[in-house]
Design a protein around this ligand. Sequence first.
Ligand SMILES: Nc1ncnc2c1ncn2[C@@H]1O[C@H](COP(=O)(O)OP(=O)(O)OP(=O)(O)O)[C@@H](O)[C@H]1O
Ligand SMILES: Nc1ncnc2c1ncn2[C@@H]1O[C@H](COP(=O)(O)OP(=O)(O)OP(=O)(O)O)[C@@H](O)[C@H]1O
Ligand SMILES: [Mg+2]
Ligand SMILES: [Mg+2]
Lengths: 210, 210
Amino acid sequence: MGERPLLALDRVDLQVRQGEWVALIGPSGSGKSTLLAILGLLDRPSSGSYLLDGQPVEKLDDLALARVRNRRLGFVFQAFNLLPGLRADENVALPLRYAGVSRPERLARARAALERVGLGDRANHKPGELSGGQCQRVAVARALVSDPAVILADEPTGNLDSSSGAAVLELFRELHRAGRTIVMVTHDPDIARSADRRVALADGRVVSDG
Amino acid sequence: MGERPLLALDRVDLQVRQGEWVALIGPSGSGKSTLLAILGLLDRPSSGSYLLDGQPVEKLDDLALARVRNRRLGFVFQAFNLLPGLRADENVALPLRYAGVSRPERLARARAALERVGLGDRANHKPGELSGGQCQRVAVARALVSDPAVILADEPTGNLDSSSGAAVLELFRELHRAGRTIVMVTHDPDIARSADRRVALADGRVVSDG
Ligand SMILES: Nc1ncnc2c1ncn2[C@@H]1O[C@H](COP(=O)(O)OP(=O)(O)OP(=O)(O)O)[C@@H](O)[C@H]1O
Ligand SMILES: Nc1ncnc2c1ncn2[C@@H]1O[C@H](COP(=O)(O)OP(=O)(O)OP(=O)(O)O)[C@@H](O)[C@H]1O
Ligand SMILES: [Mg+2]
Ligand SMILES: [Mg+2]
């Protein structure tokens, strides 16, 4: 290994307007998940700044960050990150706990979200009792259950067949029509085509945007 | 939930000849990973039988099963299943430990396998220091390092961009030309087209084969 540190992102300069749908594309290892984690307040950049709704996030402490994250953002992780000990509906309901919603109401909303991704009949299965694509859809449902203004999705259809993938894409289109902001990492050119704009990364740099 | 048990697989009857490349396709939740786990001796069917190289596997105890698995099979897991505490080369070298190969030789072969999936320069990264697609390629390298006669791959390109995905597909083509047997679950129609034959599942049943 050389002495130069590895730059997962290199002088990335990006603006996303409210209501815009951006597809983030690029080769494996090009920095997409790293960028999405910064946008999702899950990671702090080693240099540079990030304004979310005009507010510089560097000024926020971890507690304030968590509050903004919970209120404004929904995140679909590339590896799903479901809690193995909780059922699907409990996993999906998690973001609503911090919002102070009662448990029966949380589970009702979670099951409605699971219905929308075709998993109404799997609500009481745990992740170990679900297929890979079903886990992915639970992760999508969890990101949407609190009806966030901004949705950050890392490869939301990577484990889905064309028909479940199309259903998830249709769900995102609906959210987009309702005015939500979407930043979606995808390797699928058809999915990238549905977005308003495609930002391409290579070796941590933005190489095209349009 | 009704009283009828859920059948992940339902009267599946399948023959795979030596050297054949089968693509296993079908909707999310249709039973593909369950079938692959049975073929990979990672799961026993609740009824029915499985002959591997003409030998009924029900007769083998867990130790004998592990030995056959290690000698004859390479498995790419849908969720990769890498050990987070080990580096990429150590993860890839694991199947060679049971084969009694010395440590320097194991690591040399592991690094060669990582080179073949484009990760020669990531050999000493741990899974937490790798992107999703890089983890997937480490899982592919691990399945191939012992040069197994049969390769079982569950969605080996689900997290890869078109260029890394094409490179992995080319690797499988090479193995196929060298006479290896491949059963590959995939959601990608292009990948399914490269196989000799496509077996489609729906609700646990084989619905087409050809
Ligand atoms: N331990 C379990 N208990 C109950 N149901 C299970 C369990 N494990 C899996 N299932 C169910 O078995 C069915 C088949 O699962 P499997 O993982 O084989 O599907 P798959 O075809 O690989 O799907 P995908 O394309 O989404 O990966 C799914 O509907 C799943 O919910
Ligand atoms: N903790 C770490 N230490 C060192 N390098 C890291 C670490 N985490 C990630 N990397 C490297 O940073 C680069 C960017 O990773 P990132 O996960 O953002 O890529 P990606 O574009 O999402 O890739 P993929 O499409 O495969 O998911 C990769 O080359 C990876 O090896
Ligand atoms: Mg990624
Ligand atoms: Mg599966």
